[in-house]
Design a binder for this molecule. Structure first.
Ligand code: MSP
Length: 658
């Protein structure tokens, strides 16, 4: 390994702040995160940046609608984006906001360089402008509609500063030729090359019609065109004018969606050429996730949200699905059906099952220790060869951004191990020394394969592979394990195994989909605050209590019907760690009720217990599970620990409380 690590700088686009992330945005960020983890495991010094694109008319309008200043609006939105990425475990090294001072300075500096080098001039511009895409449109659709988003265009005339994009036709074409990998995938490259060959018009890079933007120094009311502003974020995130000190620029890869490739492969390199700054090494454009064959957008009402999926199936499941389901670079359809099918087949039955089978056999036969293998037979050697070959193949696939193929190769070794166990049948072997030794060889071989799979799958499945890693008794940090040093045969006999935590509990498809959709619905159309006591609140105490001075009449109290109920069954709910699902007999019937007490009561301890139930509450869904009533509990201490109300005498089920 070289003394000084080679650097690798990855960017995601900076996201617009007039909406919140859906699965499309999550996709780009997940890929960046996978790449960040992968490159670290290949020994690089990696920086990954993301952020928010906060200027422009759309924000101006959204803030006006929300009746708050733009600065406050974007601060809230940036917090929401950052919080969601954190919740999803997507860790960027830098989160850049275009309202950050560092960024403002960088944009003004870049403009000055372009101007000093003679590539900026003042002129007038009249054109049709799409305020949603922040771009002038030269070929509108009939009816003056935007060809990209189908929304009405606006005619705009203004005095602008222009960037001499026309001067860069030849330099750009030469650059694409000299660096044939700059635009990926190849199909996109052809599209861009023909666009540039068709001739480039100068580009207006300042606006006077917009107020909410970065001011052009000394030229107020000019503010920068959002794309001149936004693209520069890649540079401001790693030092701006002092980029050389940080040593990360130029970017090694800009990950983008195919809709914004032109900005990244034509405008951005031209701005940098004009300023005589180093150019990014690569722009990788992925396709879209489509819903019902259309690009997701809130206005079409076909967005898929990440949070409900993660609540139900876990973050690793979402990451796996996004990368496994479509070839990186192409469009793909998103469907909950396919998501849950893959979850059950590849994760629960594939990796999850192999890990739990292996753990159980090692526990039973070798007291939870990695056994010392005996003599290897051809079947063992064949599996070893398959796993060893997979290492090379998987690394090559990751390097080429062929994530689906990398996962396919990993999963085919998992399938090979399943087959190996089925043929070798370690469970059928007895206690004689020969049979013990054979069992040790088979289980060591399986555990070793699992170790290799764990390292290789870690960039995509960080949470679950960390669990398998601990199971295998490994103490070194998994994310710092160098993939280049990975070889068959490194599993040390004698290691004590850790405990296996549940990896991917199998789910019932229809129920899982219903719950994901219902959680998404709750998130997209939140009920008014008063109607949704926090999920953690189990009791009537959760509803806003009347203040002590405010008295209610008996007629108000009698509206609440409370009965004695008896808990028949209690179970945890996948994806909702605070909730228990209870079946409660209330005399006349048995009700399904959700209670936010899972962190304080073991489900088994509740069966048979008599409780107080509010029976005439309107049904509602909690984390996608229907709840018909409420269990009464006291709320104790500052954290509101629930203590179930009950009786010291035996009381009849169904009795009414008065
Ligand atoms: N703010 C600009 C980017 C400026 S970068 C200097 C922007 N923002 S965006 O929020 O609209 O989109 C960001 C990214 O999300 C784009 O790469 C876009 O392609 C991606 N996606 C948005 N919807 C998508 C899908 N349905 N599927 C996959 N990715 C898509 O553009």
């Amino acid at each position: 390994m070289a003394e000084k690590k080679e650097k690798f700088y990855i960017t995601t686009p900076i996201y617009y702040t007039n909406g919140l992330p859906h699965i499309g945005h999550t996709y780009t960020t997940v890929v960046a995160d996978v790449l960040r983890k992968y490159k670290k495991m290949r020994g690089y010094d990696v920086v990954m940046t993301t952020g928010t694109d906060e200027h422009g008319v759309n924000v101006e309008r959204a803030a006006k609608k929300a009746e708050i200043p733009e600065s406050e609006f974007v601060a809230r939105m940036a917090d929401a984006w950052r919080a969601l990425w954190d919740e999803l475990g997507l860790t960027a090294d830098e989160f850049i906001r275009t309202t950050d001072l560092q960024h403002v300075r960088t944009v003004q500096w870049l403009f000055r360089l372009c101007k000093e080098n003679g590539y900026v001039y003042k002129g007038h511009y009249t054109g049709l402008y799409c305020i949603y895409d922040n771009a002038y449109v030269s070929e509108p659709k009939p009816g003056n509609l935007c060809p990209d988003c189908d929304r009405p265009l606006e005619t705009v005339t203004e005095e602008n500063y222009f960037f001499k994009l026309s001067a860069f036709q030849k330099p750009l074409l030469d650059f694409y030729k000299k660096f044939p990998d700059f635009i990926q995938p190849e199909s996109r490259k052809n599209e861009i090359v023909s666009f540039v060959e068709g001739g480039l018009k100068d580009l207006s890079i300042t606006r006077t019609t917009i107020r909410w933007g970065i001011p052009v120094p000394g030229e107020e009311p000019h503010v920068f065109y959002v794309w001149f502003d936004a693209l520069t974020a890649y540079l401001s995130a790693v030092g701006g004018p002092e980029y050389e000190k940080r040593g990360m620029w130029p970017a090694d890869v800009h990950l983008v969606g195919k809709d914004i490739i032109r900005f990244h492969t034509v405008y951005w390199p031209a701005f940098l050429m004009a300023a005589m700054l180093p150019l990014p090494k690569q722009v990788w454009a992925h396709g879209w996730f489509l819903m019902d064959a259309a690009k997701m957008s809130k206005s079409k009402g076909n967005v898929v949200l990440p949070r409900p999926i993660v609540n139900m199936l876990g973050m690793d499941a979402l990451r796996y699905f996004l990368l496994r389901e479509v070839v990186f670079g192409q469009d793909g359809n998103f469907s909950y059906d396919a998501l849950v099918t893959r979850y059950n087949s590849d994760l629960a039955n594939g990796l999850g099952n192999l890990a739990s089978r292996t753990a159980a056999m090692l526990e039973k036969s070798f007291a939870g220790k990695v056994p010392k293998p005996g003599a290897f037979r051809p079947a063992d050697n064949a599996l070893a060869k398959e796993a060893q070959n997979a290492i090379g193949e998987v690394l090559e696939r990751y390097d080429k951004y062929e994530f689906a193929r990398a996962l396919e190769a990993i999963w085919s070794t998992i399938a090979a191990a399943d087959k190996y166990l089925t043929t070798e049948k370690p469970w059928a072997l007895g206690d004689s020394p020969e049979e013990e030794s054979r069992k040790a060889t088979i289980l060591w071989t399986t555990a070793e394969l699992l170790r290799i799979v764990t390292v290789l799958a870690h960039p995509v499945l960080p949470e679950s592979t960390a669990k398998v890693w601990r199971l295998l008794g490994q103490t070194a940090a998994l994310d710092a394990t160098e993939m280049d040093g990975l070889r068959w045969g490194q599993l040390v006999p004698g290691l004590s195994l850790g405990k296996l935590q549940a990896l991917f509990p199998r789910v019932e498809k229809a129920e899982a989909i219903e719950r994901i959709e219902s959680m998404a619905n709750e998130e997209l159309h939140p009920a008014p605050a008063a109607a949704t006591p926090a999920a953690g609140a189990a009791a009537a105490g959760a509803a806003p209590a009347a203040s002590p001075s405010e008295k209610i009449g008996i007629e108000d109290f009698t509206k609440v019907e409370m009965r004695v109920g008896q808990i028949k069954t209690a179970e945890r709910i996948v994806g909702a760690d605070k909730l228990l699902k209870l079946m409660v007999d209330i005399g006349s019937e048995t009700r399904q009720i959700c209670a936010g007490i899972a962190q304080f009561y073991e489900p088994e301890s509740l069966v048979g217990r008599k409780v107080v139930v509010v029976v005439n509450l309107a049904p509602r869904k909690m984390r996608g599970v229907e709840s018909n009533g409420m269990i009464v509990a006291a709320s104790i201490g500052p954290e509101g620990r629930p203590v179930l109300a009950g009786f010291t005498e035996d009381v009849e089920v169904g009795a009414r409380l008065k």
